[in-house]
Design a protein around this ligand. Structure first.
Ligand SMILES: [Zn+2]
Length: 382
């Protein structure tokens, strides 16, 4: 399954449930990219409300409008969203119903939920998220449940794809999925439930890191102020891609061609897209969104972009994994498996776009997503 650009987690999760790409939903990173007024490095803020971050209608909103019940476990770009009744978030709220149920049954303690992301392994968090999904199914049986497991991503970043660790992580994810299917079976709902298993993106191995902000320091575009750098040009890196934001609008005409030529000459950079060129690969227009970069860099094979303003421009190291590369790269292709009540068994789909997933689920749920223009996967539906 072909992901959208950028081949990053939140943009693709959002594509899977809206049926539109980043040019419409405007999610460019794992959160909202914000630009401090003092000129220091941009930040990615994950815990902002869905309405501020996602500029498209989602499946859970369309389902809730029709009176269907919705649950979510570790789904992303969903904070403060209307229409989700049962939730155990990536950053769970200890006072929500589902965390309270898990505490009451002794699955997890209040302290563990309050420090959820800080003092735990990704394997443990996947286990608790699976416990939450099982609880939501067994106690509340929602019409639509969105579940996101994270450990395969963490492990492949750390140890690279196709490594023994990556295969172990996939076996573990299979076990979590099995527990969710068992929960559906235990409430007698297996014959009326459809399972869609999708990944947001694939992974490529790299051994070289390039830090574009160090190039901006070398070019004099970032200046040292005490122990930090400030400037009106910053790069926000996302592994296989990096977005350049030129915050001083008056300097864009001068800097865009200059920086395009400069970065395209650097080893490790395969291409620098202007905003107009980036719109052709599905990124938003700078006229509509401040999330749209003025230049979009893609990494060459075996390279990934790194953060930071100190140290050498390029470094090599042990093999690790990244995504964010252009969505036509074979390694970043995703997977799609569908099974259950609404699905014809045995159909081999071949390559599909992930923009067809949301229209397919919308058709199964009989809800409308007017902005999603791709056809549902009618060939797999009964
Ligand atoms: Zn990742």
């Amino acid at each position: 399954m072909k992901p959208i650009n950028p081949t990053v987690t939140w943009p693709n999760h959002t594509a899977l449930i809206t049926g539109v790409n980043a040019s419409k939903h405007e999610v460019m990173a794992n959160g909202l990219i914000t630009f401090p007024s003092d000129g220091t490095a941009p930040k990615v803020e994950p815990w902002v409300d869905k309405d501020k971050l996602v500029h498209a209608k989602t499946l859970y909103e369309a389902a809730a409008e029709k009176g269907l019940s919705v649950g979510q476990v570790d789904w992303v770009a969903i904070y403060g969203a209307k229409g989700v009744q049962w939730k155990f978030g990536e950053k769970p709220n200890v006072d929500d119903v589902i965390p309270q149920e898990l505490i009451a049954q002794g699955t997890v303690t209040r302290e563990e939920i309050e420090q959820f992301g800080e003092k735990s392994s990704s394997a443990w968090r996947d286990q608790i998220w699976t416990d939450a999904a099982v609880d939501i199914i067994e106690k509340h049986a929602p019409d639509l449940l969105l579940v996101h497991l994270l450990q395969t991503d963490s492990i492949q970043h750390q140890y690279a794809p196709l490594s023994p660790a990556a295969y172990t992580a996939y076996a573990y994810a299979d076990r979590c999925l099995e527990r969710i299917i068992d929960a559906v079976r235990s409430i007698g709902a297996l014959d009326r439930t459809t399972f869609i298993v999708a990944s947001d993106h694939g992974f490529a191995t790299y051994t070289h890191t390039i830090r574009p902000n160090i190039a901006l320091v070398n070019l004099g575009l970032l200046q040292k102020q005490g122990d930090r750098y400030t400037g009106s040009v910053w790069v926000k890196e996302e592994g296989g891609a990096a977005s350049i934001y030129i915050r001083d609008v008056k300097r864009r005409a001068e800097l865009v061609p200059k920086l395009k030529t400069y970065f395209e000459s650097l080893p490790g950079v395969s291409h620098a897209y202007t905003n107009e060129e980036a719109q052709a690969i599905g990124l938003p227009s700078e006229k509509v969104s401040d999330q749209a970069p003025q230049l979009y860099l893609t990494a060459a094979s075996d390279y990934a972009f790194g953060d930071g303003t100190n140290g050498p421009l390029t470094q090599s190291g042990a093999p690790r994994g990244q995504h964010g590369y252009l969505n036509n790269m074979p390694e970043v292709q995703a997977l799609f498996v569908a099974s259950g009540a609404a699905i014809k068994p045995g159909v081999q789909l071949g390559a599909i776009s992930n923009l067809r997933v949301a229209p397919t689920i919308a058709k199964i749920l009989r809800v409308q997503l007017p902005a999603a223009k791709e056809a549902p996967l009618n060939e797999i539906l009964r």
